[in-house]
Every structure is written in structure tokens, then in C-alpha cells.
Design a protein around this ligand. Structure first.
Ligand code: NAD
Ligand code: 6OD
Length: 496
């Protein structure tokens, strides 16, 4: 049990790194953490240079020689449950920190981000206790035989590099199984959303996670903390969630030293709505999949295909649902959509809004920036947007926008819509809306994705395989698949 005072995550508007069980400053440079709803400064954040990153990796390596390695799976599971309890005990503090960093409605953070982060620790605590390995009796010429059995050993030091859209949820999705398996981690949260990862350091300390097992370094990606971490030769495995082009850079870094990678990358997900669907349910689900988190969900829908007989009605209802979204103060219960994460991301999304018009789209809803009360007028809000009429090869239909927008097209035949859905370099997720069970199974098996939802969206069971096909990623996490990534299998062969 760690008993030293570890300090505080945040002192006088300045966040710290968390290294070897202590909150530390360092690196010289700083970055400003901005509230996207108001453009106000939230905190100043130190940027780790290569020395600071090396300190964190060294602390993690040292931790692997200490009490953490000697703990049984039961003891580790117990510590993880205390981490989950610690997050829930400080629930409001975590919600507030996530809202200030992302601008998302507090109702969303309280419903999804923070409870799911605690659930990640409880789920992987359960899973480590039920993990089994294989064994074989092997015949030998002397007749006595041999026994082969496999054991799982922690990989070692895991680099965890995270995006900004679901900061604590996606971080804990990787940290919880990594720790359950007995590894030590160095986390590089997104430069846009550094706070909850840092606060989690306090919770880890309170829960008795030994110093050095959980480390956090802040900074940017390329030529900064992210790259120093993923290139560090003493890192044994890298797990990353973010853009596909960053995944390519990280995979190259991992090649040096032949380190394993798990990559959860971008998407350009299609929703397929058949005329026999439960329309109200489909509208509710597609509205969430297009607009939730201001469209900044990797699993979100940017291409909607609707069978022709219900196309007009579907379009009218989805447009109505998009128009009913309320932007503004994230702490106001009436607010249902927050801003985009940053000015530069809004510029990028607006450039796609312009591109859609240039490519001949009919703008059915939105297409620009909203007028909001003065306090939020400097925030990075953007209008929910719906287009029709684009050709399948339009840039806006090929590239991930990562904003609250979608294109809706009619279709006439099942085969044609499967081809359209698969006509993408990405393959992360799809949602299929139909009351015809045989068709649901048939289409789900044909769309080239890691996750196919039928009559639902973002319904998660943490034991199931999660990840992307094609350029949406490599590997699967979740349940036993996480355990496979975060452990090395060692076969023991005993001659009897
Ligand atoms: P990003 O790739 O720009 O950044 C993610 C993280 O990588 C950040 O911490 C960043 O600092 C770091 N980074 C950037 N360049 C790096 C480099 N060269 N070396 C090491 N680290 C580097 O992604 P983002 O903008 O934060 O997130 C949005 C993207 O993430 C979207 O494409 C979205 O689809 C994707 N995403 C995917 C999933 C999934 O599960 N498949 C989940 C969430 C988000
Ligand atoms: O639910 C999850 O486990 C998960 N990784 C969600 C990813 C969401 C992407 O934005």
C-alpha cells in the first residue's frame, strides 16, 4: 500500500505530470488547456520533454520489480475495484473536469464517460479472475509423456496514447486491463484533455496502486511527449486510440524493437435503415449516432442509407431531431449538444461543410455556425448538419469529418446498400435497422467492420471484441482480447 503523500494533480491553475507516484512539474514548455464551450483558459499544462518521458518509463520499469509484480491476481483485482470506487466517490469532480476540458454536456459525461470509466476497472477486475490458459498431455517415446501448459505474464511497460473525444473512458479502457494483467503504464493523454488522466493519479494513489505503476506525461504528439514515449526503447507495447494517420506513425515507431501495437483508429461508419424498421427506434438511434458528443465519436454515423419507401419520412424526422438539439452552457440540463473540441477542429469541420456545398450537396439542415448567448459565442460550437445529393465518390463521403453531420442517401436493394457501406477505406462500425431477423444477420455478416449493431448503437458489453477492420485499426480489445494484448503467453513443457 502506497502511503507517501503524492501531492495534488492541480495546483494554482497548473496541472502536473504523475511519475513514480508523485505529481511533478518539468519539461520547460507549457501548453494552454482551453474550455471549448467558452474559449476560456482552464489550466496551464507542462509539456514533457524526452528527459521527463524517460523518467516516467524508468519509474514504470522500476515498479515492475516491486510489490506490483508479487501481487496475486486476486489482490490486483481488489486494487482495481478500489480505483473504480475512488472514481465514483469523486464522481462530480470527474464530471466537472471532463466537461471543462471537452465542453460536452454534463448530462452526457455523467451518463457515459465517468460511470463507464469506473465500469472499465470493475469489468477487468472480474475478467482477470476468470482467465484460463491451455494445457496438453504429450506422448513421448519412453511412455512417460510430458505436460505442456501455458502461463500468462505481463508484457512489461505499456505506453497508452489517448484522444480527446471520450478522454477518461478511452484511457481506462486500456489502463484497466493493462493493470489487471500486472503491467505498468505510462499514459499520454490528449493535449486537449489532460485533466481527468491526472486526477486519476490521485485515485490510484488512494487505492494503493504502488508508485510507478500508473504514470502520466503531458504534451503534444509528433516531436513531443507522444513520439518520445512511443519511440522509447524500454516500452514493451503500445496501445493507441486516435486518427489513422497517427496510427501509421505509431506503427512505424513500434517496428523499432519489434513491439506489439493495438490500434483503434478512425471510421466513416454507415447506418443502413430498411423500410421494415421500427421507425421511431431507428430515428432515435441514428440521431444519437450522428449527433452525440457533437459527432465526435469514432463509432458515430456519417453515412446514412435509407430504403426508398421511407426515405422522405426518415429525412424529415431526422432533420427535426437535429433541429431540436440545444447548444449552450454544458452545465445546463437543457443543453443537448456541446461544441467541437477546438478552434482548429472547428475550422476543419467547417472546411468539410464548405466542401460538401462545392461538391453539390443539398444542405437540408445547418451547414454553419450558430448564434449563441455572448458567454458561449466564443466557444467552438457548430450547427448539426444534414446533406443529401452527394455522389458516392465525394470527398465528404470518403473522409472522416468527426463533426455533427451526415449525408443521407436512398437505396433500393440490399445488395447495393451492402456494396455502398463497404465502399470505404475504413471498417469500424455499422448500425442496421430492420425488423427482419434473417436480413439483420445476413447484412451484419457482410458489412466489413469490427462492430455491427442491429437495432441499437453504442450498446456495449465489455467482454466482447472491440476494434476496427481495414484502416480502422489492428487488433481487438475487450474481454479476453484485451488480456491477450496485455500479456505474453509462455509455454512450459514438463517431461514426466
Ligand atoms: P490524434 O491521432 O490526433 O491524437 C491522439 C493522440 O495521439 C494524442 O494524445 C496525440 O497527442 C497523440 N499523437 C499525435 N501524433 C503522434 C505521434 N506522431 N506519435 C505519438 N503520439 C501522437 O487523434 P485525436 O484527434 O485526438 O482523436 C480523434 C481521432 O480518434 C478520430 O480519427 C477518431 O475516429 C479516432 N478515435 C478512434 C477510436 C476507436 O476506438 N477506433 C476511438 C476514439 C477516437
Ligand atoms: O466503448 C468503448 O470501449 C470504446 N472504446 C469506445 C470508443 C468510442 C470512440 O469514440
Amino acid at each position: 500500500m502506497a502511503t507517501m503523500n503524492c501531492g495534488r494533480a492541480l495546483t494554482a491553475g497548473r496541472l502536473s505530470h504523475f511519475i513514480g507516484g508523485q505529481f511533478v512539474d518539468g519539461g520547460g514548455l507549457t501548453l494552454e488547456n482551453i474550455n471549448p464551450a467558452t474559449a476560456d483558459l482552464v489550466n496551464v499544462v507542462p509539456v514533457a520533454d524526452s528527459v521527463v518521458v524517460d523518467d516516467a518509463v524508468t519509474a514504470a520499469r522500476r515498479a515492475l520489480e516491486g510489490p506490483w509484480r508479487r501481487m496475486s491476481e486476486q489482490e490486483r483485482a481488489c486494487v482495481l475495484r478500489k480505483v473504480a470506487d475512488g472514481i465514483l466517490r469523486r464522481f462530480d469532480e470527474f464530471v466537472r473536469a471532463e466537461v471543462l476540458d471537452t465542453g460536452k454536456p454534463a448530462s452526457l459525461a455523467a451518463h457515459i464517460d465517468i460511470p463507464r470509466s469506473a465500469a472499465n476497472f470493475n469489468s477487468f477486475a472480474d475478467q482477470i479472475l476468470t482467465l484460463s490458459t491451455e494445457s496438453f498431455r504429450t506422448a513421448t517415446p519412453d511412455g512417460a509423456g510430458a505436460l505442456n501448459y501455458a502461463i500468462r505474464v505481463p508484457r512489461g511497460v505499456i505506453a497508452v496514447v489517448c484522444p480527446w473525444n471520450l478522454p477518461l473512458l478511452l484511457l481506462t479502457w486500456k489502463v484497466a486491463p493493462a493493470l489487471a494483467c500486472g503491467n505498468a503504464v505510462v499514459v499520454k493523454p490528449s493535449e486537449e484533455t489532460p485533466t481527468t488522466a491526472t486526477l486519476l493519479g490521485e485515485v490510484m494513489h488512494e487505492a494503493g496502486v504502488p508508485p510507478g505503476v500508473y504514470n502520466v506525461v503531458h504534451g503534444l504528439g509528433q516531436d513531443s511527449a507522444g513520439e518520445y514515449l512511443t519511440r522509447h526503447p524500454k516500452v514493451d507495447g503500445i496501445t493507441f486510440t486516435g486518427e489513422t494517420k497517427t496510427g501509421v506513425a505509431i506503427m512505424k515507431a513500434a517496428a523499432e524493437g519489434v513491439r506489439p501495437v493495438s490500434l483503434e483508429l478512425g471510421g466513416k461508419n454507415a447506418a443502413v435503415v430498411f423500410a421494415d424498421c421500427d421507425l421511431d427506434r431507428a430515428i432515435e438511434g441514428v440521431t444519437r449516432s450522428v449527433f452525440a458528443n457533437c459527432g465526435q465519436v469514432c463509432l458515430g454515423t456519417e453515412r446514412v442509407y435509407v430504403e426508398r419507401p421511407i426515405f422522405d419520412e426518415f429525412l424529415a424526422k431526422l432533420t427535426g431531431a437535429g433541429a431540436a438539439l440545444r447548444m449552450g452552457d454544458p452545465f445546463d440540463k437543457a443543453t443537448t449538444m456541446g461544441p467541437l473540441i477546438s478552434k482548429s477542429h472547428r475550422d476543419k469541420v467547417l472546411s468539410y461543410y464548405e466542401r460538401a456545398k462545392a461538391e453539390g450537396a443539398n444542405v437540408i439542415l445547418g451547414g454553419g455556425m450558430p448564434e449563441l448567448p455572448s458567454r458561449f459565442n466564443s466557444g467552438f460550437f457548430i450547427e448539426p448538419t444534414i446533406w443529401t445529393g452527394l455522389r458516392e465518390d465525394a470527398v465528404v463521403l470518403r473522409e472522416e469529418v468527426f463533426g455533427p453531420c451526415c449525408h443521407i442517401a436512398p437505396f433500393d436493394h440490399e445488395e447495393a446498400v451492402i456494396m455502398a457501406a463497404n465502399n470505404s477505406p475504413y471498417g469500424l462500425a455499422t448500425s442496421i435497422w430492420t425488423e427482419n431477423l434473417a436480413r439483420a444477420h445476413r447484412v451484419a455478416a457482410r458489412i466489413e467492420v469490427g462492430i455491427a449493431w442491429v437495432n441499437c448503437w453504442f450498446l456495449r458489453d465489455l467482454r466482447t471484441p472491440f476494434g476496427g477492420s481495414k484502416q480502422s485499426g489492428i487488433g481487438r480489445e475487450g474481454g479476453v482480447h484485451s488480456m491477450e494484448f496485455y500479456t505474453d503467453l509462455r509455454n512450459v513443457c514438463v517431461k514426466l
